[in-house]
Design a binder for this molecule. Sequence first.
Ligand code: 13P
Ligand code: SF4
Length: 308
Amino acid sequence: MEKQEIIKQIEDLKAKKNAVILAHYYTDTEIQDLADYVGDSLGLARQAAETTADIIVFCGVHFMAETAAITSPEKKVLIPAQRCGCSLAESITGSDLRKWKEANPEGLIVSYVNTTAEVKAETDYCCTSSNALQVIEHLGKDKKIFFTPDKNLGAYLNKKTGYNMELWDGDCCVHECISSDMVLDMHQQYPDADILIHPESNCSGDDLILAHPKTFFYSTAGIIKHAKESDKKQFIIATEKGTLHQLQKENPDKEFILVHPKVICGSMKKVTLQGLYEALLHEQYRVEIDPEITKKAQLSINRMLEIG
Ligand code: 13P
Ligand code: SF4
């Protein structure tokens, strides 16, 4: 089928089946343009919880679709590509958390949303990069906190709050390559640019980068908001390449420079137009979660949604 015909079929199936298409900023540009809503992890979790659609086609990685299935267990959640994992979500298991809880019965576990449903079920509070600071500050400095699984986001939060959370040793295989040197080299080339950094980046806990007058740390949605509201004309973007699409669309008169051309999430790029069409046509691949795990995971997600 021609591309335009696939798009038409997707629109028809969506209307016929009362489906909604949610897409993350890291998906391909044509997926973002077709989606009913494009957002960061927090925005997507909220949309999934609030939609009145019967079917959610989730264009993102597996843990994101799982989050939608947890918040909307009555809806059919589909993911267009199989095996679209995330190195952070794969770095820790429910059993790892149970072991920590046994050794630290008074402690609290805060998990980044990039985790499996099983891990969320063992977690006290979930957070995303949009609300992690709010969640941590809500808990207070005197609590013993185990932050999982992203060591870079965890180091950033410890530095920002002065907390001393214990950190799991996980990382995002995409953002791990964004080093302090990479950011500083790029800044030498574009000295007037603001540097907008996703806190999963390897440089996020580095004092030099944190104290740098031009650096700002945000989730993907925060990066887009900063660029839109700023009077600046030039920005260095330290996150996945897909984010440039919305940035350029919303700010045609501004310049966005990716910190490195290889900051690409292969899992997100597995979502294709053909896969999206087949997902709607055959109602595949359904993301289903054990009801007991769903109930427990809902607690940690709802606590997060209530805080921010
Ligand atoms: P956001 O919450 O900023 O969308 O981040 C999700 C993610 O996977 C970043 O790598
Ligand atoms: Fe996971 Fe990293 Fe891809 Fe985000 S960019 S989905 S953290 S692998």
